[in-house]
Design a protein around this ligand. Sequence first.
Ligand SMILES: Cc1ncc(COP(=O)(O)O)c(C=O)c1O
Length: 332
Amino acid sequence: MESSRLMELLSHRIQLAHLPTPIQFMPRISDLLGVRLYIKRDDLTESIASGNKIRKLEYLMADALKSGADTVVSYGGIQSNHCRAVAWAAAKLGLSCVLALRGDAPDHWDGNLLLDHLLGADVRFFPKALFNDPDQLDSNLMREIRNAGKAPYSIPIGGSNATGTLGYVHMVGELADSGVRFDHLYHALGSGGTYAGMWLGCRLHAIESRVHGIAVCDDIGYFMTELARIRLDFQKKYQMDVDFSGADQLMDDRYVGIGYALNTGTELNELVRFARLEGLVLDPVYTLKAFLGMVDHIRTGIVSPGQTVLFIHTGGHAGLFPKHAEFEKLMV
Ligand SMILES: Cc1ncc(COP(=O)(O)O)c(C=O)c1O
């Protein structure tokens, strides 16, 4: 990997997030699990735009502005944290925002969808089948926006391309500066960009921690295809060769549970337990499943007793609110 080129790309950023985020030691959960557990509080990157996506958007929005765009376009599920962060970043920078969401318009606005509307995004709903061919959906929407006299910039699902990936290469610089040596890093795999950035960042900073990605949807094959796509994007956009070989050994797809964004009562009870034990409030869609995967790795010896572990809290709290009825059922 060409480190000097990567360092140079890291400077193509606009500041949107509050960085560096804190790294907090969790004494009670550490005692419970038998490891030294720290949390990287990327849920504190911003308030309304909190979470991991804003780090990617520091690079994507810089690129959008450089291209002369007046509109950003992106894609995701109805409760997409990424789309909510795009809507915020567009409002912050005075750009228009078009969001193409997967599925039928729900009867009520809640969680991230409420925030999308509040931030003034042009929210559109498309049948799920159209998302099977995202390139076609994108070229149709971009053509329509261009025909309306606007200059759109397209951001893929989850912000996961070479440009967005730089956000998590940058994050690893904060780990290098922290002075703590972590044996294991854990986070949720949704579209793969966070993983790709952490993988490259660890190589850039010669950090030897094992980077574990716990899938919350799909399987390892899918994520390796996504990494191959990001690799190709590095070649095409930056004429740079990056290498993700071996990443499949550190991804785990056994904790998706009953499906993406779906939770069992057992999982939600665990969320409540960690919230009450040490104020660690996870989101039900991403960080809860990744955290429970990490706990299982500790239980089964993938992480050895006493090792130092960093869990990246990638945000997603707006996803708690559409699940209020499930929590009410558990807790009354
Ligand atoms: C809260 C949260 N955590 C983790 C992820 C996963 O990140 P990535 O899409 O980069 O794999 C996402 C997005 O999908 C997210 O919204």
